[in-house]
Each structure stands twice: as C-alpha cells, then as structure tokens.
Write a protein that binds this ligand. Structure first.
Ligand SMILES: [Zn+2]
Length: 183
C-alpha cells in the first residue's frame, strides 16, 4: 500500500470560469493561475504522483510553459494515473477537502465526486469531497484543496490492460470549454 498527499491553492479573479474537480460552477469569479486553475484536480494529481514518489505536477507541466496556459487539468490527472499504473498500483480510495469562502460547494459536491471517480475509474463511494470555509485564515480570495489517496498493489491487472483503460478514459470529457491536449 502507498499513501499520497496533495495540496494546492489558487486566487480568485473576476470574469473567468470557475472549475473545481472538472465541473464548472456558476460564479462571477474563477481561479486564475496554472492551466484552468482547477485547484482540486491539481491536488489530486500531486497526491497520485506523491504516492508513487514520481515528482510533482510542476515537473511534468511547468507553469512557466505557455503550452499549459488554460489547459484542461484532466490532462494532468491522466498523466498522474498513468504513473500510478506504471508503478504497479491502483487507487483504493481518495479523500479531499476544499477550503473556500464562496461559492457554496454543497450543491455541486455530488457532481464533483462522480466526475472525479469517473476520471480515476473508481466508484464514487471511494471519493470523498468535503468543503469548509476558511474561518480566521484570511484566505477569502483563494481556494485551497487538500487530497489524500490510498493506493493498493495492482494484483492481476497487467500494465497493458490498465493502459487500454487509460485510453478509454481519454473519452471522459469535462464540458469542453477549454482546449485539450494542445501541443
Ligand atoms: Zn494548481
């Protein structure tokens, strides 16, 4: 078994879409910064990479590279999942906490849970999505995500089989408002 932990934060900026866990949430402000600013998917990516000691998101997708400006963060999760499979593991479960003043995540948490589960090819019951407001932290203009993941040895599933599965997951979209896989 392996455990992984990921943390990320992004600042709110007016007039850009808010995407959390690959789900677009109606809000006047979105998260700026690396790629589409999807704070949850970035923390998921780092948790997966960390669990197999395969570096971090910035090593694969440097924020300084204009190629990743506005990129769909699903691409990062896919790469991390690939590293997990290559290392001989699959995901047992994942838990996350979002810390943001607004909007309220409650009405979207199930959608986020189901979408993250779909991206990772695990059951929604293996994905925890919790949200809190940042009481006394002074981070009201930021969204923070923390993620832990547990991996188990991938018994009996060959890498080729898992890679075929990754190909299938390529079809799992996010709403398609952003360009994907640009080169
Ligand atoms: Zn990020």
């Amino acid at each position: 078994m392996r455990i992984g932990y990921g943390w990320d934060s992004h600042e709110f900026k007016p007039g850009i879409p808010l995407r959390i866990g690959g789900i677009e949430i109606p809000h006047p402000r979105g998260l700026s910064g690396h790629s589409d600013g999807d704070v949850l998917l970035h923390a998921v990516t780092d948790a997966l990479l960390g669990a197999v000691a395969a570096g971090d998101i910035g090593a694969y997708f440097p924020p300084s590279d204009p190629k990743w400006k506005g990129a769909d963060s699903v691409i990062f999760v896919r790469e991390a999942l690939h590293q997990v499979h290559r290392a001989g593991y699959t995901i047992a479960n994942l838990d996350s906490t979002l810390i943001l003043a607004e909007p309220r995540i409650g009405p979207y948490s199930r959608k986020i849970q189901e979408h993250v589960a779909e991206l990772l090819d695990i059951a929604p019951s293996a994905v925890g999505v919790k949200a809190k407001t940042p009481e006394g932290m002074g981070t009201d203009n930021a969204a923070i995500a923390q993620v832990v993941v547990l991996l188990v040895r991938n018994e009996g599933r060959e890498l080729a089989e898992l890679e075929a599965l990754e190909q299938e997951l390529e079809g799992v979209g996010t709403g398609g408002i952003l360009k994907r896989g640009r080169n």
